[in-house]
Design a protein around this ligand. Structure first.
Ligand SMILES: O=P(O)(O)OC[C@H]1O[C@](O)(CO)[C@@H](O)[C@@H]1O
Length: 410
């Protein structure tokens, strides 16, 4: 019962805290950016004005009576939080509800002509088309023909560090990308991750011109990859998925994405389509991987899942039975990013040395977290690592996005 000892859940009301700054500064900035990015009509502007005012000093309103997901949100705690200040309810809950209300304001859920128009799409596309993305894709050529272990590491770390600078994070922290990443991970269970995904014993990797196929796996298991951001994170996530399939470390990848635009840059099915199109049209090795991914989607070895709970304002411990069954049957679930980490371990200020295995004991199967550190929540550090981080940076290491971890619970 590890959660019996869980510290209180993080709220957004502590003056000077990171969560408070997200609610008080980042959310209004997001409203501004969205407003500037689209030629919205008067109703949209009125809706955005109302949300801006509510964020500043208002209270949480219920969803409209005819909202398609009103009952779901009531199950997720809407009734209990209605009338409370945005700052006084669990931070995870108010952040999540903010995105739900933002989409409401711009007509995303319809009915009407703006239904399904992603207010964050211009930012996501700009990133996908940025020269940095092409440079990262071109770098794949140098990886061709390298030993499989080297490819493993490069693609795993590509996926990990792809999480570093999501668009919401950069919005409120302009210096985020300039700060140098610290390559040494604060926790690194990557060997255990690869042990959970041994290569199949038949010949493998022929489509990449490498790979001995001398492993001990069956190559038939499923990896659930719980994606985080689109663009420069999703592209390396997809490359990792292609690598796992090509080297028969699994037979199937299920990519879990958000059912609607969320946390600015979180990936939806439309973003997967954009990323696979980008990859399959790329030159060199990246193009080969992209075309393999396209084929994997056609033959069902790569599938996309957009479960409503993927955008729930709740920890994964409260996942519904159907999702629990999916994760239970997976060989490994890889959970990407900071928000998913908060949901995986519970959004509380754990003592950093709290065992990752304890806080994820409820998870129905083997689980790996790949995350750069962008919020206060952290578990699974050894005491020496924590002490060294504090000595060097105070508490900045928790939120600066310069550190990363790979944690595994078998
Ligand atoms: O894209 P990620 O890695 O989930 O990060 C989400 C970011 O948003 C936050 O939830 C704050 O809004 C932080 O946890 C983190 O900085």
């Amino acid at each position: 019962m590890p959660h019996a000892a869980a510290p209180p859940v993080i709220l957004g009301n502590e003056p000077g805290s990171f969560p408070r700054s997200v609610l008080a500064e980042r959310h209004p900035a997001i409203i501004r950016q969205v407003r500037e990015a689209f030629p919205y009509g008067p109703d949209h502007h009125r809706g955005l004005d109302a949300l801006l005012a509510a964020c500043a000093d208002g209270v949480i309103d219920p969803l409209p009576a005819d909202a398609h997901d009103r009952d779901r949100w009531r199950v997720w705690g809407l009734d209990a939080h209605t009338g409370s200040s945005w700052f006084d309810v669990p931070w995870l809950w108010s952040e999540s509800y903010f995105y739900r209300r933002l989409l409401e304001a711009v007509g995303y859920f319809g009915p009407g002509p703006w239904q399904g128009i992603d207010p964050f799409r211009p930012f996501k596309l700009a990133e996908l088309e940025a020269p940095e993305t092409d440079e990262e894709l071109a770098a794949l050529d140098a990886l061709e023909g390298r030993p499989v272990e080297e490819q493993d590491r490069a693609l795993l770390h590509g996926s990990l560090w792809g999480n570093r600078a999501d668009l919401g994070f950069r919005l409120s922290d302009a210096g985020a990308e300039q700060r140098a990443a610290v390559p040494g991970l604060v926790a690194d269970d990557s060997e255990r991750l690869w042990e959970l995904l041994p290569q199949a014993d038949a010949d493998s990797g022929s489509d990449t011109g490498s790979g001995s196929g001398s492993g001990t796996g069956t190559g038939t298991g499923t990896v659930c990859l719980v994606a985080d951001n689109a663009g420069r994170e999703l592209v390396p996530d997809l490359l990792l998925a292609a690598h796992l399939l090509a080297h028969r470390r699994c037979g199937r990848v299920v990519l879990h994405v958000k059912p609607y635009p969320y946390y600015v840059s979180d990936a939806t099915t439309a973003d997967v389509v954009d990323a696979v199109r980008k990859l399959s049209g790329a030159r060199g090795a990246a193009g080969g991987r992209g075309r393999r991914l396209w084929q994997a989607m056609a033959d069902g070895t790569l599938t996309v899942r957009a479960h409503p709970f993927s955008a729930a304002p709740l920890p994964y411990e409260r996942m519904p039975d159907d999702l629990r069954a999916e994760f239970a049957s997976a060989t490994l679930t890889i959970v990407k990013g900071d928000l998913n980490y908060r949901r995986l371990v519970g959004d509380s200020r754990w003592a950093p040395t709290t065992a990752f295995a304890d806080v994820t004991a409820y998870f129905p199967g083997p689980v790996a977290a790949l995350r750069t550190l962008k919020s206060d929540v952290i578990t699974g550090l050894d005491a020496g690592t924590e002490a060294a981080l504090v000595a060097a940076e105070g508490q900045r290491w928790r939120t600066g996005g310069t550190h990363a971890l790979i944690q595994v619970r078998e």
